[in-house]
Design a binder for this molecule. Sequence first.
Ligand code: AMP
Ligand code: MG
Length: 413
Amino acid sequence: MINVEKALNQILDAIVPLGTEKITLLDALGRVTGEDVIAGRDIPPKDNSAMDGYAVRFADIREASPEKPVTLKVIEDIPAGTIPQKTVGAGEASRIMTGAPIPEGADTVVRMEDTAKDGQKVKIVATIRKAQDIRRAGEDVREGEIVIPRGGVVRPADVGMLASLGRSLVTVFQRPLVAILATGDELVDIDEKPSPWKIVNSNSYSLAAQVRECGATPMLVGIAKDRREDLVVKFKAAMRGDIIISSGGVSVGDYDLVKDIMKEVGNQMQFWQVAMKPGKPLAFGAMGGIPVFGLPGNPVSSMVSFEQFIRPSLLKMMGHKNLFRRAVRATLNDDIVKSKGARHFIRGSVTWAEGRYRVTTTGEQGSGILKSMVRANGLIVLPEDVGACKKGDEVTVQLLDNSLDLTPQPEYL
Ligand code: AMP
Ligand code: MG
Protein backbone atom coordinates (compact mmCIF):
# COMPACT_ATOMS: atom_id res chain seq x y z
CA MET A 1 0.00 0.00 0.00
CA ILE A 2 1.41 3.42 -0.90
CA ASN A 3 0.89 6.72 0.91
CA VAL A 4 -1.14 9.69 -0.33
CA GLU A 5 1.88 11.69 -1.40
CA LYS A 6 3.37 8.87 -3.45
CA ALA A 7 -0.01 8.10 -5.02
CA LEU A 8 -0.47 11.75 -5.97
CA ASN A 9 3.01 11.96 -7.48
CA GLN A 10 2.48 8.79 -9.53
CA ILE A 11 -0.87 10.06 -10.75
CA LEU A 12 0.35 13.52 -11.67
CA ASP A 13 3.36 12.01 -13.48
CA ALA A 14 0.96 10.00 -15.62
CA ILE A 15 -1.36 12.92 -16.42
CA VAL A 16 -0.47 15.18 -19.34
CA PRO A 17 -2.09 18.49 -20.24
CA LEU A 18 -4.59 18.33 -23.12
CA GLY A 19 -4.15 20.22 -26.37
CA THR A 20 -5.43 23.72 -26.98
CA GLU A 21 -8.45 25.10 -28.82
CA LYS A 22 -9.62 28.48 -30.03
CA ILE A 23 -12.71 29.83 -28.33
CA THR A 24 -14.52 33.14 -28.30
CA LEU A 25 -13.44 35.74 -25.80
CA LEU A 26 -16.69 35.60 -23.83
CA ASP A 27 -16.23 31.88 -23.22
CA ALA A 28 -12.68 32.32 -22.03
CA LEU A 29 -13.39 33.37 -18.44
CA GLY A 30 -11.77 30.89 -16.04
CA ARG A 31 -9.95 29.03 -18.83
CA VAL A 32 -6.18 28.74 -19.04
CA THR A 33 -4.40 30.47 -21.91
CA GLY A 34 -2.58 28.09 -24.22
CA GLU A 35 -0.34 30.74 -25.77
CA ASP A 36 1.59 33.81 -24.73
CA VAL A 37 -0.80 36.62 -25.60
CA ILE A 38 1.28 39.25 -27.38
CA ALA A 39 0.07 42.79 -27.99
CA GLY A 40 -0.40 43.40 -31.72
CA ARG A 41 -0.56 47.18 -31.22
CA ASP A 42 0.25 49.91 -28.76
CA ILE A 43 -2.43 50.79 -26.22
CA PRO A 44 -3.34 53.56 -26.47
CA PRO A 45 -2.47 53.51 -30.17
CA LYS A 46 -1.81 57.29 -30.33
CA ASP A 47 -1.11 60.07 -27.85
CA ASN A 48 -4.55 61.18 -26.69
CA SER A 49 -6.24 63.49 -24.28
CA ALA A 50 -6.96 62.33 -20.73
CA MET A 51 -9.48 65.18 -20.24
CA ASP A 52 -12.09 67.29 -21.96
CA GLY A 53 -10.37 70.63 -22.63
CA TYR A 54 -8.00 72.35 -25.06
CA ALA A 55 -4.87 71.10 -26.80
CA VAL A 56 -2.27 73.88 -26.69
CA ARG A 57 1.42 74.69 -27.08
CA PHE A 58 2.96 74.94 -23.63
CA ALA A 59 5.21 77.79 -24.77
CA ASP A 60 2.07 79.96 -25.22
CA ILE A 61 0.62 79.39 -21.75
CA ARG A 62 3.76 79.05 -19.63
CA GLU A 63 2.90 82.33 -17.87
CA ALA A 64 -0.87 81.77 -17.51
CA SER A 65 -2.43 82.14 -14.06
CA PRO A 66 -5.81 83.17 -12.59
CA GLU A 67 -4.54 86.74 -12.37
CA LYS A 68 -2.93 86.76 -15.82
CA PRO A 69 -5.06 84.60 -18.16
CA VAL A 70 -3.73 83.85 -21.63
CA THR A 71 -6.12 84.05 -24.55
CA LEU A 72 -5.83 81.61 -27.49
CA LYS A 73 -7.72 81.33 -30.78
CA VAL A 74 -9.76 78.09 -31.09
CA ILE A 75 -9.11 76.60 -34.54
CA GLU A 76 -10.77 73.18 -34.41
CA ASP A 77 -13.07 70.81 -32.49
CA ILE A 78 -11.70 67.29 -31.96
CA PRO A 79 -14.33 64.86 -30.63
CA ALA A 80 -13.10 61.38 -29.59
CA GLY A 81 -12.70 59.09 -32.57
CA THR A 82 -11.91 61.82 -35.12
CA ILE A 83 -8.59 62.66 -36.75
CA PRO A 84 -7.32 66.21 -36.11
CA GLN A 85 -7.12 68.19 -39.36
CA LYS A 86 -5.20 71.25 -38.22
CA THR A 87 -1.80 71.90 -36.69
CA VAL A 88 -1.92 74.01 -33.54
CA GLY A 89 0.20 77.08 -34.21
CA ALA A 90 1.46 79.86 -31.95
CA GLY A 91 -1.42 81.53 -30.11
CA GLU A 92 -3.85 78.75 -31.09
CA ALA A 93 -5.74 75.93 -29.37
CA SER A 94 -7.98 73.02 -30.46
CA ARG A 95 -10.95 72.04 -28.38
CA ILE A 96 -10.45 68.35 -27.54
CA MET A 97 -12.50 65.61 -25.86
CA THR A 98 -11.26 62.76 -23.66
CA GLY A 99 -9.72 59.99 -25.76
CA ALA A 100 -9.28 62.13 -28.90
CA PRO A 101 -5.83 62.17 -30.55
CA ILE A 102 -3.53 65.09 -29.74
CA PRO A 103 -3.19 67.33 -32.82
CA GLU A 104 0.16 68.24 -34.40
CA GLY A 105 1.81 71.18 -32.74
CA ALA A 106 0.15 70.73 -29.34
CA ASP A 107 2.10 69.34 -26.39
CA THR A 108 -0.22 69.99 -23.44
CA VAL A 109 -3.92 69.68 -22.58
CA VAL A 110 -5.68 72.29 -20.46
CA ARG A 111 -8.75 70.84 -18.83
CA MET A 112 -12.10 72.56 -19.30
CA GLU A 113 -12.23 73.64 -15.64
CA ASP A 114 -9.09 75.75 -16.13
CA THR A 115 -10.53 77.70 -19.07
CA ALA A 116 -13.19 80.29 -19.84
CA LYS A 117 -14.86 80.46 -23.23
CA ASP A 118 -14.70 83.79 -25.01
CA GLY A 119 -16.49 83.57 -28.38
CA GLN A 120 -14.10 81.95 -30.84
CA LYS A 121 -11.37 82.28 -28.27
CA VAL A 122 -10.53 80.59 -25.01
CA LYS A 123 -8.92 81.99 -21.90
CA ILE A 124 -6.50 79.82 -19.91
CA VAL A 125 -7.17 80.87 -16.32
CA ALA A 126 -4.83 78.59 -14.33
CA THR A 127 -1.18 77.61 -14.12
CA ILE A 128 -0.59 74.48 -16.19
CA ARG A 129 2.25 71.91 -16.19
CA LYS A 130 3.92 70.99 -19.47
CA ALA A 131 2.51 67.82 -21.10
CA GLN A 132 -0.31 67.70 -18.57
CA ASP A 133 -3.28 65.39 -19.29
CA ILE A 134 -1.76 63.66 -22.29
CA ARG A 135 -1.86 59.88 -22.34
CA ARG A 136 1.14 58.63 -24.28
CA ALA A 137 0.89 56.04 -27.06
CA GLY A 138 1.87 52.66 -25.60
CA GLU A 139 1.82 53.87 -21.98
CA ASP A 140 -0.46 50.97 -21.07
CA VAL A 141 0.81 48.27 -23.43
CA ARG A 142 3.65 48.25 -25.99
CA GLU A 143 3.29 46.38 -29.28
CA GLY A 144 5.12 43.04 -28.97
CA GLU A 145 4.80 42.89 -25.18
CA ILE A 146 3.51 39.66 -23.55
CA VAL A 147 0.37 40.81 -21.73
CA ILE A 148 -0.93 37.42 -20.55
CA PRO A 149 1.60 34.60 -20.32
CA ARG A 150 0.70 31.04 -21.39
CA GLY A 151 -0.76 29.16 -18.44
CA GLY A 152 -2.56 32.15 -16.95
CA VAL A 153 -6.16 31.84 -15.78
CA VAL A 154 -8.38 34.28 -17.70
CA ARG A 155 -10.04 36.73 -15.29
CA PRO A 156 -12.36 39.65 -16.12
CA ALA A 157 -9.43 42.09 -16.41
CA ASP A 158 -7.76 39.72 -18.89
CA VAL A 159 -10.97 39.62 -20.93
CA GLY A 160 -10.85 43.42 -21.06
CA MET A 161 -7.20 43.39 -22.09
CA LEU A 162 -7.83 40.81 -24.82
CA ALA A 163 -10.74 42.89 -26.09
CA SER A 164 -8.62 46.05 -26.19
CA LEU A 165 -6.09 44.13 -28.28
CA GLY A 166 -8.84 43.15 -30.70
CA ARG A 167 -8.62 39.46 -29.78
CA SER A 168 -12.11 38.03 -30.22
CA LEU A 169 -10.71 34.48 -30.24
CA VAL A 170 -8.37 33.10 -27.61
CA THR A 171 -6.31 29.91 -27.52
CA VAL A 172 -6.95 28.00 -24.30
CA PHE A 173 -6.35 24.49 -23.00
CA GLN A 174 -9.18 22.06 -23.76
CA ARG A 175 -11.50 20.85 -21.04
CA PRO A 176 -11.27 17.10 -20.45
CA LEU A 177 -14.32 14.98 -21.16
CA VAL A 178 -14.63 12.89 -18.01
CA ALA A 179 -16.42 9.53 -18.32
CA ILE A 180 -18.17 8.59 -15.09
CA LEU A 181 -19.24 5.00 -14.49
CA ALA A 182 -21.05 3.59 -11.47
CA THR A 183 -20.79 -0.10 -10.61
CA GLY A 184 -22.96 -2.25 -8.38
CA ASP A 185 -25.88 -4.66 -8.66
CA GLU A 186 -27.65 -2.77 -5.88
CA LEU A 187 -27.76 0.52 -7.81
CA VAL A 188 -30.67 2.08 -9.68
CA ASP A 189 -30.61 5.29 -11.61
CA ILE A 190 -32.02 8.51 -10.27
CA ASP A 191 -35.45 8.32 -11.94
CA GLU A 192 -36.12 4.67 -11.27
CA LYS A 193 -38.29 3.91 -8.30
CA PRO A 194 -35.95 2.06 -5.95
CA SER A 195 -37.24 -1.09 -4.34
CA PRO A 196 -36.42 -1.18 -0.61
CA TRP A 197 -33.16 -3.10 -1.11
CA LYS A 198 -31.86 -0.85 -3.88
CA ILE A 199 -29.66 2.23 -3.61
CA VAL A 200 -29.93 5.26 -5.90
CA ASN A 201 -26.70 5.88 -7.79
CA SER A 202 -25.65 9.14 -6.19
CA ASN A 203 -21.91 8.90 -6.85
CA SER A 204 -22.22 9.56 -10.57
CA TYR A 205 -23.99 12.81 -9.77
CA SER A 206 -21.72 14.04 -6.98
CA LEU A 207 -18.71 13.18 -9.13
CA ALA A 208 -20.22 14.95 -12.16
CA ALA A 209 -20.76 18.01 -9.99
CA GLN A 210 -17.16 17.87 -8.77
CA VAL A 211 -15.95 17.51 -12.35
CA ARG A 212 -17.99 20.50 -13.43
CA GLU A 213 -16.91 22.55 -10.43
CA CYS A 214 -13.31 22.33 -11.54
CA GLY A 215 -14.20 23.29 -15.11
CA ALA A 216 -14.17 19.91 -16.87
CA THR A 217 -17.06 18.23 -18.73
CA PRO A 218 -18.74 15.18 -17.19
CA MET A 219 -20.16 12.36 -19.33
CA LEU A 220 -22.28 9.79 -17.47
CA VAL A 221 -22.00 6.28 -18.88
CA GLY A 222 -24.50 4.70 -16.52
CA ILE A 223 -24.38 1.81 -14.12
CA ALA A 224 -22.48 -1.44 -14.72
CA LYS A 225 -23.62 -4.64 -13.05
CA ASP A 226 -20.98 -6.49 -11.02
CA ARG A 227 -20.31 -8.85 -13.93
CA ARG A 228 -17.26 -9.01 -16.19
CA GLU A 229 -19.19 -8.71 -19.45
CA ASP A 230 -21.18 -5.69 -18.37
CA LEU A 231 -18.15 -3.98 -16.85
CA VAL A 232 -16.16 -4.50 -20.07
CA VAL A 233 -18.99 -3.05 -22.19
CA LYS A 234 -19.37 -0.02 -19.92
CA PHE A 235 -15.62 0.59 -19.60
CA LYS A 236 -15.35 0.44 -23.40
CA ALA A 237 -18.06 3.07 -23.66
CA ALA A 238 -16.18 5.13 -21.08
CA MET A 239 -13.09 5.10 -23.30
CA ARG A 240 -14.64 7.89 -25.36
CA GLY A 241 -13.58 10.18 -22.53
CA ASP A 242 -10.19 11.77 -21.92
CA ILE A 243 -10.18 10.24 -18.45
CA ILE A 244 -12.36 7.62 -16.75
CA ILE A 245 -13.73 7.56 -13.23
CA SER A 246 -15.56 4.51 -11.95
CA SER A 247 -16.93 4.11 -8.46
CA GLY A 248 -17.47 0.94 -6.48
CA GLY A 249 -16.21 -2.58 -7.01
CA VAL A 250 -12.58 -2.00 -6.01
CA SER A 251 -12.62 -3.52 -2.51
CA VAL A 252 -11.92 -7.10 -1.53
CA GLY A 253 -15.51 -8.37 -1.92
CA ASP A 254 -16.43 -11.34 -4.12
CA TYR A 255 -18.04 -9.07 -6.70
CA ASP A 256 -15.39 -6.35 -6.73
CA LEU A 257 -14.21 -6.92 -10.30
CA VAL A 258 -13.07 -3.46 -11.38
CA LYS A 259 -9.41 -4.18 -10.52
CA ASP A 260 -9.48 -7.30 -12.71
CA ILE A 261 -10.88 -5.36 -15.63
CA MET A 262 -8.20 -2.71 -15.09
CA LYS A 263 -5.48 -5.40 -15.11
CA GLU A 264 -6.61 -7.05 -18.34
CA VAL A 265 -4.44 -7.17 -21.43
CA GLY A 266 -3.84 -3.69 -22.81
CA ASN A 267 -4.75 -2.09 -19.53
CA GLN A 268 -2.26 -0.94 -17.01
CA MET A 269 -2.79 -0.99 -13.28
CA GLN A 270 -0.38 1.31 -11.47
CA PHE A 271 -1.45 0.86 -7.90
CA TRP A 272 -4.29 -0.27 -5.69
CA GLN A 273 -4.88 0.89 -2.13
CA VAL A 274 -3.66 4.10 -0.55
CA ALA A 275 -2.98 4.62 3.16
CA MET A 276 -5.86 7.02 3.70
CA LYS A 277 -9.26 7.18 5.32
CA PRO A 278 -11.74 7.36 3.76
CA GLY A 279 -10.76 6.10 0.31
CA LYS A 280 -8.29 3.30 0.97
CA PRO A 281 -9.20 0.93 -1.90
CA LEU A 282 -8.40 3.45 -4.66
CA ALA A 283 -7.11 1.91 -7.91
CA PHE A 284 -5.26 3.88 -10.58
CA GLY A 285 -4.20 2.79 -14.03
CA ALA A 286 -4.86 3.33 -17.71
CA MET A 287 -6.89 1.76 -20.50
CA GLY A 288 -5.55 2.29 -23.99
CA GLY A 289 -3.58 5.24 -22.67
CA ILE A 290 -6.60 6.83 -20.97
CA PRO A 291 -6.11 7.39 -17.23
CA VAL A 292 -8.57 5.39 -15.13
CA PHE A 293 -9.48 5.95 -11.51
CA GLY A 294 -11.31 3.16 -9.70
CA LEU A 295 -12.81 4.90 -6.70
CA PRO A 296 -14.32 3.11 -3.75
CA GLY A 297 -18.12 3.12 -3.81
CA ASN A 298 -18.98 4.69 -0.50
CA PRO A 299 -20.32 8.16 -1.29
CA VAL A 300 -17.87 10.06 0.93
CA SER A 301 -14.90 7.91 -0.10
CA SER A 302 -15.56 8.67 -3.73
CA MET A 303 -15.85 12.41 -3.11
CA VAL A 304 -12.78 12.63 -0.89
CA SER A 305 -10.69 10.58 -3.35
CA PHE A 306 -11.84 12.87 -6.13
CA GLU A 307 -10.71 15.89 -4.13
CA GLN A 308 -7.27 14.47 -3.39
CA PHE A 309 -6.37 12.92 -6.73
CA ILE A 310 -8.76 13.67 -9.58
CA ARG A 311 -9.29 17.38 -9.10
CA PRO A 312 -5.52 18.07 -9.33
CA SER A 313 -5.37 15.76 -12.37
CA LEU A 314 -8.17 17.55 -14.20
CA LEU A 315 -6.64 20.93 -13.38
CA LYS A 316 -3.30 19.73 -14.75
CA MET A 317 -5.03 18.52 -17.94
CA MET A 318 -6.56 21.98 -18.33
CA GLY A 319 -3.16 23.67 -18.10
CA HIS A 320 -3.49 25.00 -14.55
CA LYS A 321 -0.33 25.45 -12.52
CA ASN A 322 -2.04 25.80 -9.17
CA LEU A 323 -3.55 22.34 -8.62
CA PHE A 324 -4.51 22.36 -4.98
CA ARG A 325 -7.19 23.74 -2.72
CA ARG A 326 -6.36 26.53 -0.34
CA ALA A 327 -5.52 25.17 3.10
CA VAL A 328 -5.63 27.03 6.40
CA ARG A 329 -4.48 26.31 9.92
CA ALA A 330 -7.42 26.12 12.30
CA THR A 331 -8.05 25.44 15.95
CA LEU A 332 -9.87 22.18 16.55
CA ASN A 333 -13.15 22.43 18.46
CA ASP A 334 -13.49 18.69 19.22
CA ASP A 335 -11.37 15.68 20.11
CA ILE A 336 -10.67 13.30 17.20
CA VAL A 337 -9.87 9.62 17.62
CA LYS A 338 -7.17 8.38 15.23
CA SER A 339 -4.37 5.84 15.16
CA LYS A 340 -1.09 6.40 13.35
CA GLY A 341 -0.43 4.95 9.91
CA ALA A 342 -2.89 6.42 7.43
CA ARG A 343 -3.77 9.97 6.47
CA HIS A 344 -7.25 10.87 7.62
CA PHE A 345 -9.59 13.38 6.02
CA ILE A 346 -12.21 14.48 8.51
CA ARG A 347 -15.26 16.46 7.43
CA GLY A 348 -15.40 19.79 9.21
CA SER A 349 -17.01 23.18 9.24
CA VAL A 350 -14.58 26.07 9.33
CA THR A 351 -15.47 29.49 10.69
CA TRP A 352 -13.54 32.67 11.28
CA ALA A 353 -13.85 34.40 14.64
CA GLU A 354 -11.64 36.62 16.78
CA GLY A 355 -8.79 36.59 14.35
CA ARG A 356 -8.52 32.87 13.71
CA TYR A 357 -10.05 29.91 11.98
CA ARG A 358 -11.80 27.28 14.03
CA VAL A 359 -13.01 23.94 12.78
CA THR A 360 -15.77 21.71 14.13
CA THR A 361 -16.30 18.17 12.89
CA THR A 362 -19.67 17.77 11.19
CA GLY A 363 -20.80 14.58 12.87
CA GLU A 364 -20.65 10.88 12.11
CA GLN A 365 -17.60 10.22 9.91
CA GLY A 366 -18.56 6.85 8.38
CA SER A 367 -17.62 6.74 4.67
CA GLY A 368 -21.28 6.23 3.76
CA ILE A 369 -22.51 9.25 5.74
CA LEU A 370 -23.01 11.89 3.06
CA LYS A 371 -24.79 14.28 5.44
CA SER A 372 -21.57 15.13 7.25
CA MET A 373 -20.06 15.95 3.86
CA VAL A 374 -23.06 18.14 3.05
CA ARG A 375 -22.46 20.09 6.24
CA ALA A 376 -18.71 20.41 5.72
CA ASN A 377 -16.87 23.23 3.99
CA GLY A 378 -13.47 21.72 4.60
CA LEU A 379 -11.50 18.52 5.17
CA ILE A 380 -9.29 18.34 8.24
CA VAL A 381 -6.08 16.64 7.12
CA LEU A 382 -4.49 14.52 9.83
CA PRO A 383 -1.10 13.24 8.65
CA GLU A 384 0.09 9.62 8.80
CA ASP A 385 2.31 10.09 11.85
CA VAL A 386 -0.34 11.87 13.92
CA GLY A 387 -2.41 10.02 16.50
CA ALA A 388 -5.48 11.22 18.35
CA CYS A 389 -6.10 14.97 18.40
CA LYS A 390 -7.48 17.08 21.20
CA LYS A 391 -9.74 20.08 21.28
CA GLY A 392 -7.50 23.15 21.01
CA ASP A 393 -4.94 21.51 18.70
CA GLU A 394 -3.92 23.35 15.54
CA VAL A 395 -4.78 21.37 12.41
CA THR A 396 -4.61 21.88 8.65
CA VAL A 397 -7.91 22.16 6.80
CA GLN A 398 -8.39 21.97 3.04
CA LEU A 399 -11.14 24.41 2.11
CA LEU A 400 -13.72 22.87 -0.20
CA ASP A 401 -15.48 26.07 -1.18
CA ASN A 402 -15.32 29.82 -0.84
CA SER A 403 -17.86 30.13 1.96
CA LEU A 404 -18.21 33.76 2.83
CA ASP A 405 -18.20 33.15 6.54
CA LEU A 406 -14.54 32.17 6.28
CA THR A 407 -13.34 35.68 5.68
CA PRO A 408 -13.97 38.46 8.14
CA GLN A 409 -16.06 41.35 6.85
CA PRO A 410 -13.77 44.35 6.45
CA GLU A 411 -14.70 47.13 8.87
CA TYR A 412 -15.51 49.59 6.10
CA LEU A 413 -18.47 47.49 4.92
P1 AMP B 1 -18.35 -0.97 -3.09
O1 AMP B 1 -17.11 -0.10 -3.12
O2 AMP B 1 -18.81 -1.36 -4.44
O3 AMP B 1 -18.15 -2.13 -2.19
O4 AMP B 1 -19.50 -0.09 -2.46
C1 AMP B 1 -19.39 0.37 -1.14
C2 AMP B 1 -20.69 0.99 -0.70
O5 AMP B 1 -20.97 2.12 -1.48
C3 AMP B 1 -21.89 0.08 -0.87
O6 AMP B 1 -22.71 0.25 0.28
C4 AMP B 1 -22.57 0.59 -2.09
O7 AMP B 1 -23.93 0.37 -2.09
C5 AMP B 1 -22.26 2.06 -2.07
N1 AMP B 1 -22.21 2.56 -3.43
C6 AMP B 1 -21.47 2.04 -4.43
N2 AMP B 1 -21.65 2.74 -5.56
C7 AMP B 1 -22.53 3.72 -5.27
C8 AMP B 1 -23.12 4.76 -6.02
N3 AMP B 1 -22.83 4.93 -7.32
N4 AMP B 1 -23.97 5.60 -5.41
C9 AMP B 1 -24.25 5.45 -4.10
N5 AMP B 1 -23.72 4.49 -3.33
C10 AMP B 1 -22.88 3.61 -3.90
MG1 MG C 1 -20.14 -2.64 -5.26
